[in-house]
Design a protein around this ligand. Structure first.
Ligand code: EPZ
Length: 417
């Protein structure tokens, strides 16, 4: 595993273009199996998770290749096959293939993804909605086997809001017979983009931003070239880099309209920003207010994926901040590393109190998961001295060029093997 080395204590400046969205690209790649033709995803982030998704496709007979930042997927000769368990272990979101492969081959098989460090990550709702659409699901020796004669439209109310389960249902319903009505769907931008992507190639889906999605099954989809939208979580992470170093930076290609709750919090903390001609100018030089109380929530609430980066910022803001993580049961992994750097944080179940203002000291840390690892890198930018974040592969699952990006903003940061 590689390490990221940061020499902290410097202001950032300059501008940076935000990469394509990991969480928008992954379901779009899965959706390509629904069509025995070609898909091209422009501005696709070249990250580990995208690599795993294409390796799975290659293993099933598809052809995938890159032309610059464009990912080409040719599923003409896709053949049925089980998805090897190694992928479910490496990337739990490979479960998104279950419904799509079922839609294409009327059967699919994948290892149960299991949990991860941020929570149990059950898939019961994924399986429930596939059964309701006509799938027969069998679990044996850690594998999930799904089969059907034909997926049929039905009506379903999600017992809780789930991004992945909503996407799973949509992918299974796209070519099902008849109409599928889904209630209490996730409204995250990544669900909305998947619907726009599918409708651009012949699907018939409405209601993606209302929580009430209706999918009318179609016979065929078409080839498609599509632009992956910018990553709102990466944009928020780099805004936190500017905030933790009290810098003024410019970010380009930022999906500002998808970041209202985060930007509202940023302003409440004393951050100032303006948007002109597609650029976000963020001035954190006067940022100095703690956050009395913040709950993560489903969209459009404050995104759980930015909870750890925000926590890192709050360790440098004088006063007591209180965060409540309502989406995942164990998502304060970054606290341990931040405490090692001198931060005062109390974690109790879903709640974390940050007694901010202490100056952070560089330390040798371990990334435990994607967003918590990114939070430690941010803290390294503000800390005095050198910080080493080990196991940076976790971070590279979602951040295409975090070292190059932060260097472009003036950070002294590099990867060492
Ligand atoms: C997606 O995960 C994202 N991943 C996550 O981003 C993100 O944190 C999460 O949505 C919430 O926004 C991708 O898009 C690849 P959920 P997902 O299903 O779909 C429970 C990152 O850092 N649940 O919305 O797995 C679940 O345990 C990653 O980029 C069930 O109980 O999240 C959680 O408590 C991390 N049963 C809640 O729902 C199920 O069948 C929300 O999870 C499914 C989920």
């Amino acid at each position: 595993m590689g390490n990221i080395k940061i020499l902290g204590g410097r202001k950032l400046s300059g501008s940076l273009r935000i990469q394509g969205s990991k969480n928008a690209a992954l379901p779009m790649i899965a959706a390509s199996v629904l069509h025995n033709g070609k898909s091209v995803l422009h501005n696709c982030p070249q990250i580990a998770d995208v690599g795993y998704m294409t390796e799975i496709l290659n293993g099933l007979g598809a052809r995938t290749w890159w032309e610059g930042k464009s990912l080409h997927l040719d599923c003409t000769h896709l053949r049925y096959g089980q998805i090897p368990s190694v992928y479910a272990e490496k990337m739990r979101s490979s479960i998104i293939y279950l419904g799509a492969l079922l839609g294409r081959f009327h059967q699919s098989a994948i290892a149960h993804p299991g949990g991860c460090v941020i929570g149990a990550r059950p898939i019961d709702i994924h399986l429930q909605v596939l059964k309701l659409l006509g799938a027969h699901i069998r679990e044996k020796d850690g594998m999930i086997y799904a089969s059907c004669t034909q997926l049929k439209g039905n009506e379903y109310e999600f017992p809780k809001i789930s991004v992945g389960a909503t996407q799973q249902a949509i992918l299974a319903a796209v070519k099902a017979q008849g109409v599928t009505r889904l209630h209490r769907c996730a409204r995250e931008p990544e669900v909305q983009w998947l619907v726009r992507y599918l409708n651009s190639r012949g699907a018939d889906i409405t209601g993606e931003n209302t929580g009430e999605i209706v999918v009318r099954g179609v016979e065929q989809l078409t080839d498609l070239e599509y632009e992956v939208p910018p990553d709102r979580i990466v944009a928020g992470t780099y805004l936190c880099a500017g905030a933790i170093t009290r810098s003024k930076i410019t970010l380009e290609n930022v999906p500002v309209e998808e970041m209202e709750s985060f930007l509202h919090m940023y302003r409440k903390m004393g951050g100032q920003y303006e948007v002109n001609s597609g650029k976000l100018l963020a001035d954190s030089r006067e940022l100095n207010r703690a956050v009395t109380y913040l709950e993560t929530d489903v969209y459009p609430g404050f995104p759980t994926d930015l909870q750890s980066p925000l926590m890192a910022v709050l360790t440098t803001v004088r006063g007591v901040s209180h965060i409540r993580e309502t989406i995942f049961e164990d998502r304060y992994k970054a606290a341990e590393g931040l405490q090692k750097m001198g931060a005062a944080i109390d974690v109790n179940g879903q709640d974390a109190w940050i007694y901010g203002g202490a100056s952070l000291r560089g330390a040798r840390l371990k990334a435990r998961e994607l967003r918590g690892g990114a939070a430690l890198v941010l803290a390294g930018l503000a800390a005095s001295g050198e910080t080493v974040v080990e196991d940076c592969e976790y971070i590279e699952r979602g951040y295409e060029h975090i070292c190059e990006d932060l260097s472009a903003l003036g950070g002294v940061i590099r990867k060492e093997e």
